[in-house]
Design a protein around this ligand. Sequence first.
Ligand SMILES: Nc1nc2c(ncn2[C@@H]2O[C@H](COP(=O)(O)OP(=O)(O)O)[C@@H](O)[C@H]2O)c(=O)[nH]1
Ligand SMILES: [Mg+2]
Length: 310
Amino acid sequence: MAEECVLAGFGQAVIGPPGSGKSTYVRAMHALLTSMGRKACIINLDPAGEEEEPGAAVSLRELLGLEEVMSELRLGPNGALLYCMEYLQTNLDWLQSRLQSMRGTYFLFDCPGQVELYTHHPALPSILRRLGEWGLRLCAVHLVDSHYCTDPAKFISVLCTSLSTMLHVELPHVNILSKMDLIEQYGRLAFNMDYYTEVMDLSYLVDHLTSDPFFRRHRRLHEKLAEVIEDYGLVTFIPLSIKDEQSLQKVLSTVDKASGFCYGDQQRSLGNLMSVAVGADFHFASTLAFQEKYVEQEPRTVEEENSDLS
Ligand SMILES: Nc1nc2c(ncn2[C@@H]2O[C@H](COP(=O)(O)OP(=O)(O)O)[C@@H](O)[C@H]2O)c(=O)[nH]1
Ligand SMILES: [Mg+2]
């Protein structure tokens, strides 16, 4: 089998800082996909934590554990985690053979929470790139705790991290504000929620921030940071509460558009492609039909495609 086809399929790389809700999201997304009849599995790439991720089909800990790396190489938790990712990067044949046995499944990668992996360390992007070369079309799902919306200075730093993550990871990308059910408990917001999710005119945020005497002398710095974020124009967020299935479905349909899943196989699913192109809301029955088609890998004739459209 040609190397580029060994893993033909789709999936999500779930990334973000520690505690942002990645593992919770992965479990909830797995349950949602399963309830919709879409075959999915969890791949735990986080070697940290005391307990094994429940429901993970594959875990990096089968290859090596954080604790043994810490004790054998005398590294702290952060250094040991980076070592684990570099070890995985040089032993990707292990991951390939584990994933190959589940070919056609939708993969949910639960990634570690070290921010340097997403902003400048080369291991994770290199691993994700390799997965792409094997034919796996991934979307990065980047979770950020919505708590940061309550503080303008923290929100600007979240925008900067999200932007550098998008540029570093180099995948179709969906940013999420997680734990939205807690937003009222977190405190009063200076602007309405759309302002934060759509990342509207940041001069208001800078004005609000510099009304605080402590930040006033750093106004120019914040203006410049806001300018960089606005010039790229890449960062927006989708609000998510794990208890609200509708918000999870909204995330899934955005991810499916970003990764191309909703278009189906580009050569075959003309129907899906056109329904997305005309803005028709994507319905999940067609993704299930696509998955079945995709797994059986049967080429379809033009007549069959046309009958899909009628
Ligand atoms: N209220 C609420 N708690 C959440 C939500 N998502 C995650 N959590 C909690 O946040 C904590 C950290 O979540 P976890 O998935 O372990 O984060 P990870 O370190 O990014 O994998 C856990 O206690 C979760 O129960 C959410 O949408 N709402
Ligand atoms: Mg986790």
